[in-house]
Design a protein around this ligand. Structure first.
Ligand SMILES: Cc1cc2nc3c(=O)[nH]c(=O)nc-3n(C[C@H](O)[C@H](O)[C@H](O)COP(=O)(O)O)c2cc1C
Length: 339
């Protein structure tokens, strides 16, 4: 499946595995790259909040493959030396999301890595263009994990139009709610050059996702996720105010999801209880992090088979769509001509 992304990045399929904190380790990233997409190791909070896997160990798994590394930008800004450490592993690209990418651009460019910036609003696109991003990811609110309020369906084409006018060589990727070939085909139709997939790969064999979490999430429907700022506040992780967290509903979200102001006032009050719940895998407290498209997922197959199934289905649909469209518009034209 050839797009501007596959040409520019030298990959076979326009599918990028999102850098999911605590989930996209070296094995998952390597598997997606080997299958023809591009895997991006989740550097997450760059060690700022603790409890994350050893990044050096994960990067060791991915050596010999084309791979990227992603960070939560506001966290990286607190420990900027971590960027230099990972650049020494020669990532093909660096993926930055949730903060101003511009302070990091010089070092990334100097290393020869490409920059991918994930954005949640049109306003942030200007920052990403100014940073010289090779690709910009328009992330819709449907996404699992952190994000904001724009929806994928209108945000991606608006971003496509904006880039066509202001930075036509910058690639556009769509993220948020894409779990199968229908989503891939739709994203390409909306003007994206490729997709960034999180939740679907979260439920893959190679992900670091605990089995208890994927077992629970696989039974959930899209109705069962919620986006809220309350969890970060209660666990004492200081996210910038514009971002919230999409997770599968549990007892904690039932109690707190809609009490964001109260949770903010109680900042950090559940930090110790949350950490303890994480260590005993108590999923009534600890968030199972997944997006709305969890309702399209009912298994935990190999990431390679996910890539393949997505591509096969998208190619089929795009082929049929083109034929149908063409046939439809030809028929309409004929009717107009004979009237
Ligand atoms: C479990 C999980 C963890 C995530 N962690 C990060 C992260 O550390 N950094 C980041 O930029 N995005 C993160 N994301 C968001 C992804 O980059 C991406 O935008 C999102 O997964 C796309 O939507 P989808 O989940 O519907 O595929 C995470 C998503 C999930 C599901």
């Amino acid at each position: 499946m050839r797009t501007r992304l596959t040409d520019a990045f030298g990959i076979r399929h326009p599918i990028i595995c999102a850098p999911m904190a605590l989930v996209t380790g070296g094995r998952l990233a390597a598997t997606v790259s080997h299958a023809g997409g591009l895997g991006i190791v989740g550097g997450g909070y760059a060690g700022v909040i603790g409890g994350e896997p050893d990044l050096k160990q994960e990067l060791a798994h991915v050596q010999g493959h084309k791979f990227g590394i992603g960070f939560i930008t506001w966290a990286l800004a607190r420990v900027p030396h971590v960027l230099d450490e990972v650049l020494s592993y020669s990532p093909y690209c660096v993926f930055l999301s949730f903060g101003d990418p511009r302070p990091f651009v010089g070092r990334i460019r100097q290393s020869g890595a490409k920059l991918i910036c994930q954005v949640q609003s049109l306003r942030q696109i200007d920052e990403a263009i100014e940073a010289g991003a090779t690709a910009i990811v328009a992330q819709g609110t449907e996404a699992g994990g952190h994000g904001a309020t724009r929806s994928t369906l209108p945000f991606v084409p608006e971003a496509a139009d904006y880039l066509a006018k202001n930075a036509p060589t910058t690639l556009l990727l769509a993220a948020g709610g894409i779990a199968d070939g229908r989503g891939l085909a739709a994203a390409l139709m909306l003007g994206a050059d490729g997709i960034v997939v999180g939740t679907r790969f979260w439920a893959s064999e190679e992900a670091l996702t605990p089995p208890a979490a994927s077992d629970r999430a696989i039974r959930a429907t899209g109705d069962d996720t919620v986006r809220t700022k309350a969890i970060d506040a209660l666990r004492g992780v200081s996210w910038p105010g514009e971002f919230s967290f999409r997770v599968v509903k549990n007892k904690l979200t039932e109690q707190w999801a809609h009490r964001e102001a109260e949770a903010t006032a109680a900042f950090g009050s559940l930090a110790a209880a949350y950490a303890a719940a994480r260590s005993r895998q108590d999923l009534d407290v600890v968030a199972v992090v997944a997006g709305e498209c969890i309702g399209l997922i009912s298994d935990r197959p190999s990431a390679a088979s996910i890539v393949e199934a997505m591509v096969v289905q998208a190619e089929l649909l795009l082929g049929q769509g083109a034929t149908r469209d063409f046939a439809g518009s030809t028929a309409k034209l004929r009717m107009q001509q004979t009237r």
